[in-house]
Design a protein around this ligand. Structure first.
Ligand SMILES: Nc1ncnc2c1ncn2[C@@H]1O[C@H](COP(=O)(O)OP(=O)(O)OP(=O)(O)O)[C@@H](O)[C@H]1O
Ligand SMILES: [Mg+2]
Length: 359
């Protein structure tokens, strides 16, 4: 397997601060990779080291098979798209798009051909003679993308390119960027702190915390089999519920630390027998309604939020559980009957937070 971008054991220090810790990542050609994690975890730092804007302290970086540790940013042949777009305000869309080609003194016929092509893939054809101030946020974003595309780079690097846009436009632009990526057969690394954006856009999601890659994999693998409580809590919206519990001696049930100590029966998992655990329950796997199969419990209600399609029920327990019910629940309901399907239970070690098992 040859990779378009390959990172081996990257370490990055800012003085004494250890910003990237033994980062390893392999990105096949054509893949869309999303880097996610809380603010300050090192997403931008990692992207900037790939771009060559930051020097790594140690490790090896390869682009299209060639080591680039000592290569300057422009020798790496990557295109970076920032949230600020950084368009030239005094240039039209066409001039913005062709700036790098004009700088390299490409012949006019070649430039015109490239503009036609970019206008086609980005849908900017009607806007070529406008100035950036005459464009909407989404249109400016497309010019920034077009300017990157025209260089035909080895990979695209995005740092939160949509964070200035309103919610509806973000949703629209994320599918546009992904489609553009597919049409171009591009390789893309995309930084976002929005896990939904990461899940919906990426082939490979990389979850970071404090400079460490906690987990990387296909979006639904991370969702179904998070390696630890951190990833479990970060991926999924609304977030996974966590409740303490104790696994029975035979490993066939868990007593939850909730009112009435409800028990979840599950099939023989001896490796967890007798252990104190943190039980992870996704809001959509807590099923409201009498007819549902599974482990049943009645829980008091503290709040109901209705969105139309889904009712979010917060239980009046410690900890409060959030339930996502795909139905309308009336106001004034005092308690709900909840079923937990044993096949949707995640167990984590209480001390380390590492996953013990995903049923
Ligand atoms: N030039 C610098 N000198 C010292 N520390 C830095 C420098 N740049 C970044 N850091 C630190 O490195 C850590 C990672 O920063 P980085 O910008 O990569 O975070 P991020 O994951 O992109 O966060 P955000 O989501 O807020 O953009 C932070 O703690 C930050 O303070
Ligand atoms: Mg950042």
């Amino acid at each position: 397997m040859s990779y378009q971008i390959e990172l081996e054991n990257l370490q990055k220090y800012y003085g004494a601060y250890h910003a990237l810790r033994d980062v390893c990542l392999q990105i096949p050609k054509g893949q869309f990779v999303a880097l996610v994690g809380p603010s300050g975890c090192g997403k931008s730092t990692l992207l900037r080291t790939i771009a060559g804007l930051e020097k790594i302290t140690s490790g090896t970086m390869r682009i299209a098979g060639n080591p680039v540790n000592d290569k300057a940013p422009r020798e790496r042949d990557l295109a970076m798209v920032f949230q600020s777009y950084a368009l030239y305000p005094h240039m039209t869309v066409r001039q913005n798009l062709t700036y790098s080609m004009r700088l390299r003194r490409r012949p006019k016929s070649e430039i015109d051909k490239a503009v036609d092509e970019i206008a086609r893939v980005t849908g900017l054809g009607e806007l070529l003679d406008r100035y950036p101030r005459q464009l909407s946020g989404g249109q400016r974003q497309r010019v920034a993308m077009g300017r990157a595309i025209i260089r035909d780079p080895k990979a695209f690097l995005f740092d939160e390119p949509l964070s200035n846009l309103d919610a509806a436009l973000r949703v629209h632009m994320r599918s546009e960027i992904r489609q553009l990526h597919n049409r171009l057969g591009a390789t893309s690394v995309y930084v976002t702190h929005d896990q939904i954006e990461a899940m919906t856009m990426a082939d490979q999601v990389v979850v970071m915390r404090s400079g460490v890659i906690e987990q990387k994999g296909a979006p639904l693998d991370l969702y179904d089999r998070p390696v630890n409580k951190f990833v479990a809590g970060f991926i999924g919206s609304p977030a996974m519920n966590f409740v303490d519990g104790v696994v029975s001696g035979g490993g066939t049930s868990i007593a939850l630390d909730l009112p009435g100590k409800p028990e979840i029966a599950f099939e023989g998992h001896e490796q967890a027998a007798g252990r104190k655990v943190t039980v992870g329950l996704r809001p959509e796997h807590l099923v409201v309604g009498e007819g549902e199969a599974g482990n049943r419990m009645s829980l008091p209600v503290s709040l109901i939020e209705r969105t139309g399609a889904v009712s979010y029920v917060l239980t009046d327990t410690t900890p409060g559980l959030l339930i996502a019910a795909p139905l309308r629940i009336e106001d004034g309901v005092g308690s709900v009957s909840v079923a937990i399907k044993p096949e949707h239970v995640h167990l984590f070690d209480q001390e380390t937070g590492n996953a013990l098992l995903h049923v």
